[in-house]
Write a protein that binds this ligand. Structure first.
Ligand code: SAM
Length: 222
């Protein structure tokens, strides 16, 4: 990521500053596009259900991790209905505080709230059936993303799955100076996944999103 990687400290502290000023609401999580949340969650559910269930090779439903969870938008409607326990990790303390209210119903099945940047977070070894990473990889440098994916792999249970769902650019790396993130093209994301030693077992484009926003792709990794 060239220049951005050189200014790593500012890259992270600017992002933290940006998110501290964002309202702890679904609309805040989605940059004003709260109206697409249902389409997003329904698409994710159909995607994830291809892997869950009983039998040989199926992914278990004991425990999931929501990465860059924010107020728990995904935990509430996607993960808690499918997994016995869900842990959350996010760098913004205010969002995790709000999550405790937002997830009040079913909240007894929320496991741990980790307030930590993913670049520093070490998920517990062998704990997770699914690690869901949505709309946050653009906040990590290439090297930190690769390292984080490797740590995630170590924290999977047998037949566990890492899922990345994120914006992809048409070509190259597009920086966003407002929230201090980058948007990578699909080839670049594939390259980073491969550098982490992971394989893509399934990939889909999320359909029915507004035309003016980035394409969103979902990748299942092992
Ligand atoms: C676009 S929001 C997405 C929230 C959630 N994934 C969703 O889809 O509703 C990005 C989230 O990433 C968090 N975040 C930003 N940088 C992060 C980092 N380095 N580590 C962990 N979380 C981060 C923000 O606090 C915010 O909650």
């Amino acid at each position: 990521m060239g220049d951005i990687t050189k200014g790593q400290t500012t890259f992270y502290s600017n992002a933290e500053g940006y998110w501290k000023d964002v309202a702890p609401t679904v609309d805040g999580m989605l940059g004003g596009y709260g109206s697409i949340s249902n389409i997003d969650l329904n698409g994710s559910k159909a995607f994830l259900q291809k892997f869950l269930g009983e039998g040989e090779g199926k992914t278990g439903s004991a425990c999931a991790l929501d990465c860059g969870a924010g107020i728990g938008r995904i935990t509430k409607r996607l993960l808690l209905p499918l997994f016995s326990t869900v842990d959350l990790v996010d760098v913004t303390e205010e969002f995790l505080e709000q999550a405790k209210t937002y997830l009040a119903e079913g909240g007894e099945r929320v496991g741990k709230y980790h307030c930590c940047g993913l670049q520093d977070f070490v998920p517990e070894s062998g704990r997770y059936d699914v690690i869901w990473i949505q709309w946050v990889i653009g906040h990590l440098t290439d090297d930190h993303l690769v390292d984080f994916l490797q740590r995630c792999q170590k924290s999977l249970r047998p037949n566990g799955l890492i899922v990345i769902k994120d914006n992809v650019s048409y070509e190259g790396v597009v920086p966003d100076d407002v929230d201090s993130s980058v948007c990578r093209d699909l080839d670049i994301v594939h390259g980073l996944v491969s550098r982490a030693g992971l394989s893509i077992v399934h990939e889909e484009q999320q359909m029915d999103f507004p035309k003016e926003i980035y394409q969103v792709h979902t990748l299942a990794l092992r």
